[in-house]
Design a protein around this ligand. Structure first.
Ligand SMILES: *Cc1c(COP(=O)(O)O)cnc(C)c1O
Length: 454
């Protein structure tokens, strides 16, 4: 073992190797030296546990790839061929062209974020987006924060700290990514009063639970699961009426926050923000990057006096959004206000893509690749992102049975110059055109061809 350990090169020797010294000159000597030391430590540990000492070329390559990984920009743009439209691991909604341009424009310079250009006086970063939200949702006012989890945290803290919040037992749920309604309530200092049963909760259940301590009646959309059969839930209209009779506020956590009707695309109807507002929710909460199709954000709309309470709360400062998000969100909302959301926003383009158009794209891919082991066939896409559980959209996929293992093939796709994420089904790798943006086609086909070549 000692002779194997002695055969390992020194830090100085590796740093002297041409490719490594070039990198350390261009990047940072200390950072590269740190990575050389780390590789040597790993090699020493390998030898001590009985392994062979790596050749110097192997060590050099390991250092080079470590440095390249550290230098690479991140997050990287990837191609989503999974057919899951709102893929949380892949960053949810892609932005519209207009939103991307608006974000880039303000990112590069200064903005009138908190300056009123008319008067020259201090402005509010929320005023413009509030009126845009009011216009597209029918609410009196709106507020934007970091994400929906922080919007709820803010709402519950502002209205129910040291008070009680009544929630149906079927809605005190975990939404995913560790977001649990009971935990958010606890964090905000509110006491959770669960009413009803998992499958049935009536307005009388809420009514019976109201005490002088009660501040909020909360309705949570069961975004990521479905209960079927013998069920009853109390709708927001009934809950809002009860809240106003008792001097309480009704919160509606919509999750996804659709502004277009999903039933037009052969899907069940996801609750819409406009409806929640029209049915009297005092405050409705939703995400910016789910079915809205914009940047990550938490959006609250509702009665002005309630929105103002949130805006003035000290916690609002801690969950404040930045200019780039506001620019992208405002461009996204403008698409709704102009009535062009379906044409402008990738999420709605993907949802509304027809099976015949998807089939034509998959067939084009197949002929570009050459038929070897590939077929085009019917499959299913999903909306994802905690929206519309169990529901699928009919699609056509390119299915490839790779020469080696399917796992190795998707591994090569993930490591392509432009990484591609695809799914495996019964030893075949499926590429769903629904979630591949048209301008990504050439890069996708290049990646598939190189991955097939090995
Ligand atoms: C997704 C979701 C959340 C969390 O929203 P984020 O924007 O991810 O913080 C909260 N509530 C419901 C019902 C959701 O579906």
């Amino acid at each position: 073992m000692n002779s194997r350990l002695r055969s390992l090169p020194s830090v100085e020797r590796l740093l002297g190797v041409r490719e490594i010294s070039d990198l350390s000159a261009a990047y940072s000597h200390d950072a590269v030296a740190g990575m050389v030391r780390l590789e040597l430590e790993l090699a020493r540990a390998g030898v001590k546990s009985g392994g062979e000492a790596p050749q110097i070329e192997e060590l050099v390559n390991a250092v080079l790839s470590r440095v390249h990984r550290a230098l690479a920009p991140w997050p990287r743009r990837v191609i989503n061929a999974t057919g899951v439209i709102l893929h949380t691991n892949l960053g949810r909604a892609p932005l519209s062209r207009a939103a991307v341009e608006a974000a880039a424009e303000v990112a590069a310079g200064y903005t009138d974020l908190e300056l009123d250009l008319e008067t020259g006086r201090r402005g509010s970063r929320q005023a413009h987006i509030s009126s845009l939200l009011a216009q597209v949702t029918g609410a009196e006012a709106g507020l934007v924060v970091n994400n929906n989890a922080s919007a709820l945290m803010l709402g519950l803290t502002a209205f129910a700290r040291d008070r009680a919040v009544v929630v149906s037992r079927g809605e005190a749920v975990e939404i995913g990514g560790g977001f649990r309604v009971p935990d958010v309530l606890r964090q905000s200092g509110a006491r959770l009063i669960e009413v009803g049963t998992t499958n049935r909760t009536y307005v009388a259940d809420y009514e019976a639970a109201i005490t002088p301590e009660t501040a909020v009646l909360l309705k949570v959309h069961q975004s990521n699961f479905a209960i079927r059969g013998f069920t009853h839930s109390t709708d927001i209209q009934v809950l809002s009426r009860l809240a106003s009779e008792r001097g309480l506020v009704a919160f509606h956590d919509l999750g996804s926050g659709a502004l277009l009707d999903t039933s037009r695309f052969g899907l069940p109807r996801e609750p819409m923000v406009q409806e929640s507002v029209a049915q009297g929710a005092d405050l409705a909460f939703f995400s910016g990057d789910k079915l809205l199709g914009g940047p990550q954000a938490g959006i609250v709309v509702g009665k002005r006096k309630h929105v103002d309470v949130l805006a003035k709360h000290p916690l609002a400062r801690a969950v404040r959004v930045e200019k780039v998000t506001l620019a992208a969100l405002s461009a996204t909302l403008l698409s709704y206000s102009r009535g062009t959301a379906e044409a402008d926003l990738p999420v709605w383009q993907m949802i509304s893509a027809t099976p015949s158009a998807l089939k034509a794209r998959a067939q084009e891919w197949k002929s570009s690749i050459g038929s070897g082991g590939s077929t085009v066939r019917a499959s299913k896409s999903t909306v994802g992102g905690g929206s519309l559980p169990d529901e699928t959209l009919p699609t056509h996929v390119l299915a490839i049975r790779p020469p080696g293992s399917a796992e190795a093939f998707v591994g090569r796709l993930r490591r392509a110059g432009r990484p591609v994420v695809a799914r495996i089904e019964a030893d075949e790798v499926l590429f769903d055109p629904r979630t591949v943006l048209p301008e990504e086609t050439a890069e996708l086909l290049d990646a598939i061809k190189s991955a097939l070549a090995g």
